[in-house]
Design a protein around this ligand. Structure first.
Ligand code: ADP
Length: 568
């Protein structure tokens, strides 16, 4: 099958079961491994090795001089490991073939692997050792950071300090713990048509979401762990309906931060005309929620491969329509780019900490081993303000969906979505090209975006002030990390307070213990008696507030940083 046939539905069905699978012998000695044809990450197709032996080899200085070791190459090809690609498998395979590279899927129950330049992991790091020079499609810990509650806290902490720059994040409160704060807010800012939206922490695809105006009416429902957010009640409408944008973002490096925003994306429309929220219509999910998973249940849902009709459309076509209607789409892109880069800057201390821990555990060879495609869900209001609703750490890269067969209750058939292919194929193939370019150039060296890329590089230095504020706090935190971990325990926390002359002095030991305990409860995580950077920041911020009591939160934090730097 030629690359030009990539979108043939039969081909797509076939490749789902047809990803190259091979059984390979083990290279038992270092000498075997050194015979490998590895040069500049172009790996020879015939060579095989055991992944543990490979890792041992890769982590020596000897391998760093690989070219001098006469690692001559024979037939060079870039190989992408899809063993753990899961539902992303078909689209990644199509992309790899489009690039004339090779796909590889390891046999089940085997540690043997053909060496691959790029490892595509569908959900998390499922294979724990990534050889030097190779890239894996996930950053450690980024998935957890994208949970609704954790992302909300990351962005809220920045919004408290930089309200204008982070105004794209609707005000929100965590339930049940911030119920009182939320209630006070509603009383202090009473607005007749003010609505709020509640989203369960564990929910996705619109499940369990409800919209309300008066918290007193819903108080019994606030005991469930969830997030309550100001409802954007004036969304921009097209053809009378509300829509949101799923945008793909390639995070290519975390240190330095290297972010590419895809110009290709998906627009998801509601299936019922929009009306401002009212007590009478807030339950109408087809009017207020744009989720595909909900709206596909509506009789009005339009499945079509036509670019400018249908409930799911290609972003570029929608933007063309908007231009025709007189909207300034260049300005819109500037706003979108700023939202994306600001969000990733806010997340970067935690991502860096996660990557460094994975390096210490030996799972990653270096900081420049990861990339990730993220899904940013954005809402635009009628004044062209952009709001961030959610960041998906593993956005769906599937290209098919199940449809009920008419007259056969309960029977479904799998349909290939051409719209999904049109959107996701360039997103994945251009991401792979950029990863490859980065791999060849090495970390930090500027790379040019390929001419046919859908991605635009977005400069992170727009927000230097925010970074310089987070960095010293993150550096202090990292000094006390648990070995190989991303959190600190209570005794390390006490050492931090002593080392920086914070306790006794600014805070008593008993108060510090209490603050630590409170922080352990403020994050959704597997570890319950330690704190990660976000929780540490919460403690630092509380300490700054109680110590300096200035009106400006930024000033409090800056004073505490100054105190710490003066007492290191
Ligand atoms: P989920 O993960 O369950 O999809 P989202 O945060 O994406 O949760 O919300 C689901 C839908 O609800 C969004 O796609 C959007 O249409 C709508 N929505 C979410 N938050 C807001 C908000 N603050 N204002 C207006 N609409 C919102």
């Amino acid at each position: 099958m030629q690359p030009s046939d990539l979108t043939d539905p039969q081909y797509i069905h076939d490749i789902k079961d047809d990803i190259i699978t091979s059984s390979v012998p083990i290279a038992s000695t270092r000498e075997d491994c050194c015979e490998l044809s590895i040069e500049d990450n172009l790996l020879d197709e015939e060579e095989v090795l055991d992944v543990r032996a490979l890792n041992k080899l890769y982590h020596t200085d000897e391998f760093d001089q690989g070219k001098e070791l006469n690692l001559h190459s024979k037939k060079k090809s870039i190989r992408v490991d899809l063993t753990y690609a899961r539902s992303a498998g078909p689209i990644v395979e199509m992309s790899v073939r489009k690039l004339n590279w090779k796909c590889y899927k390891a046999p089940l129950i085997s540690t043997n692997r053909l060496p691959c330049s790029i490892h595509w992991h569908g959900i998390t790091h499922e294979e724990h050792i990534i050889p030097k020079g190779c890239y894996v499609s996930k950053f450690c810990g980024l998935g957890e950071l994208c949970y609704k509650k954790n992302l909300a806290q990351t962005l809220s902490r920045m919004k408290e300090l930089f309200p204008d720059e982070f105004s794209f994040h609707p005000n929100c409160w965590l339930l049940p713990e911030q119920y009182e704060e939320f209630y006070v807010h509603t009383q202090e800012h009473p607005k007749p048509n003010k609505f709020y939206i509640v989203k369960p922490h564990e929910g996705s695809q619109g499940e369990g979401i409800f919209i309300f105006s008066n918290p007193k009416d819903k108080v019994s429902l606030f005991a469930n762990p969830s997030l309550v957010q100001e409802y954007i009640s004036n969304p921009l409408l097209l053809e009378g309906t509300k829509f949101d944008i799923r945008l793909y973002v390639l995070l290519l490096s975390i240190d330095p931060l290297e972010v590419y925003v895809s110009r290709s994306g998906m627009v998801r429309f509601c299936t019922q005309d929009y009306h401002k929220p009212s007590i009478k219509n807030v339950h109408k999910s087809f009017m207020h929620l744009t989720n595909y998973s909900l709206n596909k249940r509506s009789d009005e849902y339009q499945y079509t491969d036509e670019p400018d009709t249908g409930s799911k459309r290609i972003l570029t076509h929608v933007l063309e329509d908007m231009e025709r209607l007189g909207y300034d789409t260049d300005l819109l892109w500037d706003k979108i780019d700023t939202v994306v880069v600001s969000t990733l800057q806010a997340m970067s201390p935690e991502i860096q900490t996660g990557v460094q821990a994975a390096i210490r555990r030996g799972e990653l060879p270096s900081v420049d081993s990861c990339f990730q495609i993220l899904g940013f869900d954005l809402l635009i209001d009628d004044k062209m303000n952009v709001f961030l609703l959610e960041v998906n750490s593993h956005p769906s890269l599937g290209i098919d969906f199940d449809e009920l067969v008419p007259d056969k209750p309960g029977v479904t058939k799998c349909i290939i979505s051409q719209v999904d292919i049109d959107i996701k194929l360039p997103v994945v193939s251009c991401a792979l090209k950029l990863v490859r370019k980065r791999q060849k150039k090495g970390p930090g060296i500027p790379i040019e975006t390929p001419y046919d890329s859908v991605y635009k590089r977005v400069s992170p230095d727009l927000m230097q002030e925010q970074l310089t504020l987070l960095e010293p706090i993150a550096n202090m935190f990292r000094q006390f990390l648990k070995r190989d971990g991303v959190t600190i325990g209570s005794s390390a926390f006490r050492s931090f307070l002593r080392n920086y002359k914070l306790s006794p002095g600014l805070i008593s030991t008993a108060e510090a213990d209490l603050l630590f305990l409170k922080a352990t409860r403020s994050y959704v995580s597997y570890e319950t008696n330690t704190i990660n950077f976000q929780q540490f920041y919460f403690v630092f911020y509380s300490l700054a507030k109680s110590s300096y009591k200035r009106d400006s939160k930024l000033e409090n934090i800056s004073l505490l940083i100054e105190h710490c730097m003066g007492n290191k």
